[in-house]
Design a protein around this ligand. Structure first.
Ligand SMILES: NC(=O)c1ccc[n+]([C@@H]2O[C@H](COP(=O)([O-])OP(=O)(O)OC[C@H]3O[C@@H](n4cnc5c(N)ncnc54)[C@H](O)[C@@H]3O)[C@@H](O)[C@H]2O)c1
Length: 320
């Protein structure tokens, strides 16, 4: 019987992961502070209620901050692994509060890993980001790139957390620490401020969308079900020590291509209003996924058209 500590387990990706673990019979403790950023607490409360109702007796949800040492010590004891997804996400809002991003994403990660090391936890998995590659990394981005020119405080805190983990694990070299660099994750219950959900909501309501730049920015969109399978594969197959893995589609599309695909999915023509590219947005993300294919035996299964259909279905069901 496996028991996991999932931090951020009522957030977008975290609640899909928690559901997958509970669905296969594992026990889960969620640690989440129901943060009001970068989107309102209400959605997280909803995820907590649904999970608690469906999986009563196998889930415990603790409302606390990941920087709290006593809580971290209590909750890491006796777990099969810490799946650390909690954090402040989002490139653009990180410019408004870089200090809070640093505390949560860096100090929070060090606090949890320190507790996991003291408890003898065999696995510490970290949700990192494609943003660590910035604009300076040749594409497709490979995990061995130095990734030392972040374009936003968010990216810097994710890379800093990776480096803190790499340094701390020298003390416990047998510990398995996969660093999973997620590439723009979408799917049902995606964070409301992210492009696909907000664009499709507008499209379904017949409102124009705001596209940043001339539509040539490229993104490697990855469906949340593929990300969850990647996390599970890493818990099974990641080796001892620190090892970064890209989890992306490996097939980037331009924003113009995305809008065309969203129009197909929503069955509507999408009107576009243009705005300048915000500070911190990178020109392109494009994952080299050969390491995850070989070492984790993982590859994405959901192509963009199919993935967008899952989002449209969810948004339509919310309206009903
Ligand atoms: N969604 C993406 O495209 C994407 C891409 C790359 C990396 N990531 C990373 O994956 C993880 C999950 O992202 P998401 O999109 O599900 O975001 P999310 O905001 O929905 O989930 C993060 C969760 O962490 C919790 N949290 C925030 N601060 C906390 C604190 N101090 N203590 C305890 N909990 C706290 C939030 O309440 C939230 O539930 C994040 O670490 C994010 O940086 C996401």
């Amino acid at each position: 019987m496996r028991r996991w500590l999932v931090t951020g387990g009522v957030g977008f990706i975290g609640h899909h992961l928690t559901r997958a673990l509970l669905g296969r019979g594992d026990f889960v403790t969620v640690l989440d502070d129901f943060s009001d950023a970068p989107y309102p607490t209400r959605l997280k409360r909803r995820h907590a209620e649904v999970l608690s109702r469906e999986f009563a007796g196998r889930i415990e949800i603790v409302d606390a901050c990941i920087t709290n040492r006593e809580t971290a010590a209590r909750l890491t004891a006796g777990t099969s692994g810490v799946l650390h997804l909690a954090g402040l996400a989002g490139v653009r809002p990180s410019f408004a509060d870089p200090a809070r991003y640093s505390v949560v994403n860096i100090e929070g990660t060090a606090t949890l890993l320190d507790a996991a090391q003291r408890a003898g936890t065999p696995l510490f998995l970290f949700a990192s980001s494609s943003s660590v590659y910035g604009n300076a990394t040749p594409l497709p981005a490979n995990e061995d790139a130095p990734a030392i020119v972040p374009e936003s405080p968010y990216a810097a805190t994710k890379r800093a957390a990776e480096l803190v983990i790499a340094s701390m694990v020298r003390k416990t070299p047998a510990m398995r620490c996969p660093l999973l660099r997620f590439f723009t994750v979408y799917g049902p219950w995606q964070r409301p401020e992210m492009a696909i959900t907000s664009f499709l909501r507008s499209a379904i309501a017949g409102k124009p969308i705001t596209m940043f730049g001339d539509g040539s920015m490229r993104r490697d969109f990855t469906h949340v079900e593929d990300i969850v399978r990647g996390i599970l594969a890493a818990t099974d197959r990641a080796p001892s020590g620190v090892r970064p893995y890209n989890l992306g589609s490996g097939a980037p599309v331009t924003l113009s291509e995305l809008v065309t695909a969203m129009g197909r999915a929503a069955g509507r023509e999408i009107q576009i209003e243009r705005a300048p590219i915000p500070l911190g947005d990178v020109e392109a993300t494009f994952a080299d996924i050969s390491r995850a294919r070989t070492e984790l035996e993982w590859q994405p299964r959901i192509v963009l058209d199919e993935g967008l259909a899952t989002v449209v279905k969810w948004l339509e069901s919310e309206k009903a």
